[in-house]
Design a protein around this ligand. Structure first.
Ligand code: ZN
Length: 81
């Protein structure tokens, strides 16, 4: 059986349906809640990224960073050290 480390290493390929280990990974996911959660979160993250890129092909990290800063400013979180 694959180890959790091995599953994590190929999780992205697994979501792309791009790995010969597909069935071994499925078997591992059946038995391992941690990796199930990991793969689910990875999928959510990828879906969100794909959506952002799909909405505006000109989006770059600069824009994302500025939006993030603007949002943080709005929330007015107290500074912590
Ligand atoms: Zn695992």
């Amino acid at each position: 059986m694959l180890s959790c480390k091995q599953v994590a290493a190929v999780a992205s390929d697994y979501l792309d349906n791009n790995t010969p280990l597909k069935w071994q990974i499925r078997l591992h996911l059946l038995m391992c809640a941690n990796c199930r959660r990991f793969v689910r979160h990875l999928k959510i993250t990828r879906d969100i990224s794909a959506k952002i890129v799909g909405e505006d092909a000109s989006v770059n990290t600069d824009v994302i960073w500025k939006n993030l800063q603007a949002q943080l400013k709005k929330e007015k979180l107290p500074d912590r050290e």
